[in-house]
Design a protein around this ligand. Structure first.
Ligand code: FES
Length: 491
């Protein structure tokens, strides 16, 4: 039974406080290591479960340390406010005082309940017994030492440093760090809110404030109607959270058809060799015209004859980066692109014609190779060669939204050591308990998958050259993976 007065936290808030994923916290609850009630946990139970946690070890605190120049307006920070470090320390000290008050109140409350029970007993206790109970209880309430690492104080401080936002009607949640915009924070957390320019002009990112307050942090040209003003509509791209808890009504994309087709002119930022056969192409969109897409989707890239030095070139490629960074689009361009229509574009990159500053048209997004959100099943990703590109986007998104309790990645290569980003995969494996990775040759893949006995209970995402993925998809279906759980992308 939870203590009636101990401060309660939602699972998202508790996971944020501990610097762990929500899925990891839910696992502890399921395994009986952490009591929960109505989807909430108490600060006291967290304190018991993580007695060693302190400020420096908290992942959340690390995040708040990363709040940089934009956390406070320069003028205010330099002339009026103390440094961010001093503010953080003072907040923590105040949080400790508040937490101590809360603990004392809890002890008084417990004492009061005890006396109520005793007075209701028959026969009623003697007056001197009640007096003794009061004396002992008061001494305990006032004399109990504070815990060495104060979880409640840490939570109080984090509530000031990062605001918690609940989105309606989906019920999804995200945190706003420093004074970043609501849009940026929502995208970083893997949400897909409706938006367009990202710049306060189009009005597509309108949201209604249901509870709490927001503050405008960047100017906008969009004019709300009187009705919208009366209903507390705000622009997510121009506002940050003022209250530590905020509830917003937001239009979100739930499926590819909710994302409009866009045409953007981006610029080549860099071209980098990943292996003999694969180049990393980094495009950057203008600030006021970013690409809205879902993780795993493709776009068409086009280069005009002027830039390509010959005729117009096109290619259809999956975006390898996450929609959370909608300005910076990464592509893994293969020398031997299996879509004939994309071969010209590969040559533009591999023949040294592409250079930083080139204008590249981006149309899209296309395709339905997107994460099935809300599925409780473990995730298995199978990438063959540059099939890793859309898988990388899905993986980053799955990690951002805490999508599954376990994530397994098989990356098969047609030639020895063809996994061109091995360090990144190893780093994920080291950093995340729920993530496991196997690099293997394409012909080793069937045996490795056959050894994965739980595969029919997983959501499986498979991407690679058409012929290879078709064969493998047939084998997976024969092995018992239900068709609705198998998602295939042919490059
Ligand atoms: S995205 Fe256009 S106004 Fe916010």
């Amino acid at each position: 039974m939870l203590g009636s007065m101990s401060q309660r936290l939602t699972l998202s808030r508790a996971a944020h406080l501990l610097g762990i994923s929500r899925v990891a916290l839910q696992k502890r609850i399921r395994e009986g290591e952490l009591p929960s009630f109505d989807g909430m946990v108490t600060v006291d139970e967290l304190q018991r479960g993580w007695p060693e946690l302190n400020l420096e070890e908290s992942g959340s605190f690390e995040k708040t340390r990363e709040i940089r120049e934009d956390a406070f307006a320069r003028r205010l920070r330099e002339r009026v406010l103390p440094t961010q470090e001093a503010l953080a320390q003072r907040l923590f000290a105040q949080g400790q005082e508040l937490a101590e008050l809360q603990r004392t109140l809890t002890r008084y409350h417990t004492l009061f309940e005890l006396i109520q029970v005793r007075l209701a007993a028959s026969p009623p206790p003697a007056a001197e017994d009640i007096g003794r109970l009061l004396d002992e209880g008061m001494a305990q309430a006032l004399g109990a030492p504070a815990p060495e690492h104060d979880m409640a104080a840490l939570d109080a401080m984090l509530r000031v440093m990062s605001a918690h936002v609940t989105v309606r009607p989906s019920g999804r949640e995200f945190f706003v760090e420093g004074s970043e915009t609501l849009l940026k924070a929502a995208l970083r957390a893997g949400l897909s809110p409706n938006y367009g320019c990202g710049n306060g002009v189009c009005g597509l990112c309108k949201a209604r404030v249901v509870e709490g307050d927001v503050r405008t942090v960047s100017p906008s040209d969009y004019r709300f109607t009187e009705a919208e003003k009366a209903q507390d509509h705000v622009l997510m791209c121009a506002c940050t959270a003022l209250s530590s808890d905020l509830v917003l009504e937001v239009l979100e994309a739930g499926a590819p058809e909710d994302i409009p087709e866009q045409r953007i002119v981006a610029k080549v930022r860099s071209i980098e060799v990943l292996s003999d056969d694969v180049m990393r192409l980094h495009l950057q969109t203008p600030r006021s015209n970013r690409l809205r897409f879902l993780a795993g989707q493709r776009v068409t890239l086009g280069v005009s004859a002027d830039v390509a030095g010959g005729s117009d070139l096109h290619g259809e490629l999956p975006v390898a980066s996450c929609p959370c960074d909608d300005r910076n689009l990464i592509f893994h361009v293969s020398r031997a692109h299996s879509r004939p229509a994309s071969a010209d574009f590969s040559r533009y990159v591999f023949d040294g014609k592409a250079k930083p500053g080139d204008e590249v048209s981006v149309w899209g997004p296309w395709g339905r190779f997107v994460l099935e959100e809300g599925s409780p099943r473990p995730l298995v990703f199978i990438a063959i060669d540059t099939g890793f590109a859309p898988i990388n986007s899905l993986l980053e998104h799955a990690m951002a939204v805490d999508a599954a309790e376990t994530i397994t990645l098989y990356w098969a290569s047609s030639r020895p050591g063809g996994q061109y980003l091995p360090k990144q995969c190893r780093a994920w494996e080291e950093a995340l308990d729920e993530f496991s990775y196997q690099a293997l040759a394409v012909d080793e893949l069937p045996a490795a998958l056959a050894a994965h006995s739980a595969l029919p209970g997983c959501d499986v995402y498979l991407a690679g050259a058409a012929e290879q993925v078709e064969q493998l998809a047939t084998a997976l279906l024969a092995a018992g993976v239900p068709p609705q759980q198998l998602h295939v992308e042919s490059l």
